[in-house]
Ligand binder design. Structure first.
Ligand SMILES: Nc1nc2c(ncn2[C@@H]2O[C@H](COP(=O)(O)OP(=O)(O)O)[C@@H](O)[C@H]2O)c(=O)[nH]1
Ligand SMILES: [Mg+2]
Length: 354
């Protein structure tokens, strides 16, 4: 066994025995895409699949960290252990927002039943999504009962992160134009629980109503119809055809609740915990947990396969060959499809044509 593999194995064993230093160390290696991290992840994979993963997503400033803090405190009070991953693609490594999160969560520091880690973008958002999935797995293997993932609900990468959760909480705050944001980011489709935070502010009730209306539209206007291939509703709604991202997929037996909270005062957060627990029970009882897990694994494998094939292809192909194709497409000598055909063939055949 190589020295690298031995080191990875030791780290993995340390994590399984509850070692927090090993956990922190391996997370850093995952973030840095250190090859040894893969070996450790492979060691740990059989020990994953036990934690309940809760995604908390929403616009910057809507109160996600505040709510996460409250949720963690309550879960701890109930004797449950919690790992937290805060993902902020907009922050540089030592960014203000992350620092703020750390300070706010300081009252939880020193508790071995809680582990908090902030992650910021280092390059591609896709890379961040994958690193986050790996870190969630590490926290799962480390034995935390719950893993909370805080992400900014701004784009596809964040939606992908949220999709990896068992329970996704979408947080909105009044007066942030979130209803429009939500449709854009396809966030209605991923919400298992809606939270309207900052309910102490004017407009919270309007935000709740807007969400309720979106839900009804997503239901096809009658609260029953779950097939969305036709223009919606009647009357003045008839002209509105929502994009597919605005459609809620079927969630048999689960009514997505809309909960009002005042995060800074801890108001309404008990109901959020209750909703999470109800959703956990629902996922188990309905068999939906396995369905989601299978879908998640499929999506993850497809993404990794795509990346691996692309990397392999680019590896096999000299850069100048790609440059030649680029130039020919730009010059309208060949079309992009033909160029891609050529490049793929060249890659598969170990680069003898172009
Ligand atoms: N008025 C009010 N402010 C809140 C509430 N919850 C959070 N905040 C404040 O909103 C700001 C952003 O909160 P934060 O949790 O960092 O939001 P995040 O960016 O979504 O993680 C902070 O200054 C919080 O103190 C709330 O319920 N009411
Ligand atoms: Mg935050």
């Amino acid at each position: 066994m190589s020295k690298e593999a031995t080191g990875a194995k030791r780290l993995a064993e340390g994590i399984l025995q509850g070692g927090r230093r090993e956990l922190a160390k391996l997370i850093t290696r995952v973030e840095n895409a250190n090859p040894a991290a893969r070996l450790a992840l492979a060691e740990l994979y059989p020990h994953t699949g036990r934690a309940h993963i809760v995604g908390v997503t929403g616009s910057p400033g809507c109160g996600k960290s505040t709510l996460v803090n409250e949720i963690v405190k309550q879960l701890r009070a109930a004797g449950e252990t919690v790992g937290v991953v805060a993902v902020d693609p907009t922050s540089p490594f030592s960014g203000g927002a992350l620092l703020g999160d750390r300070i706010r969560m300081r009252d939880l520091a020193g508790d071995a039943g809680v582990f908090i880690r902030s992650m910021a973008s280092r390059g591609s958002l896709g890379g961040l999504a994958r690193a986050t999935a790996d870190v969630v797995r590490l926290l799962d293997a480390a034995g935390f009962d719950f893993v909370l993932v805080e992400t900014v609900g701004a784009g596809q990468a964040e939606v992908d992160i949220a999709k990896a959760a068992h329970t996704t909480i979408v947080v909105q705050a009044p007066g942030m134009g979130d209803d429009i944001q939500a449709i854009k980011a396809g966030i209605l489709e991923i919400a298992d629980i809606f939270v309207v935070n900052k309910a102490d502010r004017p407009g919270a009730e309007n935000t709740r109503k807007a969400l309720e209306m979106m839900q009804r539209l997503g239901d096809g206007g009658n609260g029953q119809e779950r097939h969305h291939s036709r223009p919606l509703g009647s009357g003045h709604e008839a002209a509105v055809e929502l994009p597919p991202s605005a459609m809620r997929p079927p969630r048999p037996g689960w009514e997505v609740p809309i909960l009002l909270t005042v995060g800074i005062e801890g108001v309404g957060t008990v109901e959020v915990i209750d909703a999470i627990r109800a959703h956990v029970a629902h996922l188990h009882d309905s068999g939906e947990l396995q369905v989601r897990e299978a879908a998640r694994v499929e999506a993850e494998l497809a993404m990794m396969l795509r990346e691996a094939l692309l990397a392999d292809l680019l590896n096999k192909m000299p850069a100048e060959q790609i440059d030649v194709m680029l130039a020919r497409v730009v010059a309208r000598e060949i079309d992009p499809y033909t160029a891609v055909d050529h490049l793929v063939k060249a890659g598969v055949n170990g680069n003898e044509s172009g």
